[in-house]
Design a protein. Structure first.
Length: 64
């Protein structure tokens, strides 16, 4: 993944970390889009339900 034989090993490490973070963000946006599609398919709407879902999402997302 990251080769430390180059002139600046820290840079490759940083780059790898950035790529991993970007991949994580992409996965989150994909998950969010899937969630929106599911919500559009006849789930109970309203501020209370949205708030509950947000809290649940935060609790689930806080694990990692």
């Amino acid at each position: 993944m990251a080769n430390f034989s180059g002139p600046n090993p820290g840079l490759t490490e940083l780059n790898a970390r950035g790529k991993r973070r970007q991949a994580e963000m992409e996965r989150k946006t994909i998950m969010a889009k899937a969630g929106q599609r599911r919500e559009l398919a006849g789930r109970p709407r309203g501020p209370r339900f949205a708030l509950i879902r947000r809290i649940v999402r935060v609790i689930r997302g806080g694990g990692d």
